[in-house]
Write a protein that binds this ligand. Structure first.
Ligand code: NAD
Length: 264
């Protein structure tokens, strides 16, 4: 443990971190942040182009050449997801997707996809990662949840169900992992400036029957006290914090970055 009042960054030299959904947005920022802390990052995504761009970016960045290893994988392949997690010290369950439809019009196969990628794959990744974490008595599981892990919004049944499920999975992993030096937590952002949000604006405009330029103020930031989007780097900083020695007593909880949304 370092002295109080010391500003810390985790020293992750010698650690292997796996980040899912690393080709874009929050996952990309997490991959680069954990690599900057010294970790070897296994960057998992189904987007080959995005992964290649991430690895190229790391290779051009001082101190990061070779730190990010792209791993092309569709997380709908649950056996492969479990296998790729073997041997990781830090697991960031981040990959996700959004569908905005009223329940009675929500395509059942899309509900299944969202639940598989955002809840069942994290279960399988944790399952694959735990034996190594337990054997060395150290591991960090960080699940990128959302305000929607704590609150519902209309038209997001699959997403809200998956994130609420992820909260339960994370807490259970915390209880089981505690005797083995493994912590498990959620990080819960409000709206983050990423392609996932940009893609949602047209969808939300159509569903709510309002022009796209009003979606940010009238829908997305309606309940946020701070009227701005969160940056992916701010979310990555919270993930890195949960890997510091100072955060080792934090487990089974949710670190909320929501601009005051859940203060209502
Ligand atoms: P993003 O769309 O920028 O990135 C998501 C990544 O996940 C993409 O690279 C995509 O290819 C990958 N992915 C999706 N399905 C996959 C699959 N089947 N197999 C492998 N990879 C797959 O999104 P983001 O905004 O960075 O979101 C990342 C996480 O943060 C998600 O879990 C999301 O729910 C959560 N989150 C986002 C926001 C936000 O406002 N953007 C807010 C709260 C929580």
């Amino acid at each position: 443990m370092t002295a109080p009042h010391t500003v810390t960054t985790p020293d992750l030299a010698g650690r292997t971190a796996l980040v899912t959904g690393a080709a874009s947005g929050i996952g990309r920022a997490c991959a680069l942040r954990l690599a900057a802390a010294g970790a070897k990052v296994r960057a998992v995504d189904r987007d080959a182009e995005g992964l290649a761009a991430l690895a190229a970016h790391a290779d051009r960045s001082p101190g990061l050449p070779g730190a990010v290893e792209p791993h092309l994988l569709d997380l709908m392949d649950l056996d492969a997801a479990e296998a790729v997690a073997a041997g990781t010290d830090i697991l960031v369950n981040n990959a996700g997707l959004q569908r905005v439809r009223p329940i009675e019009q929500f395509p059942p196969e899309e509900f299944h996809t969202v639940l598989t990628v955002m809840l069942e794959a994290p279960f399988r990744l944790i399952r694959g990662a735990l034996p190594h974490m337990y054997s060395q008595e150290w591991g960090r599981i960080v699940n990128i949840s959302s305000v929607h892990g704590l609150r519902a919004s209309p038209y997001k049944s699959a997403y809200v169900a998956a994130k609420h499920g992820l909260e339960g999975l994370s807490k259970t992993a915390a209880l089981e992992g505690a005797p083995h030096g493994v912590t498990s937590n959620c990080v819960n952002p409000g709206y983050v400036r990423t392609p996932l949000v940009e893609a949602q604006i047209a969808d939300q405009a159509a569903t709510h029957g309002i022009p796209p330029e009003r979606v940010l103020s009238d829908v997305l930031l309606k309940d946020s006290a701070l009227k701005r989007l969160v940056e992916p780097e701010e979310v990555a900083e919270a993930v890195a914090y949960l890997c510091t020695p100072q955060a080792s007593f934090i487990t089974g909880t949710s670190l909320v970055l929501d601009g005051g949304w859940t203060a209502h």
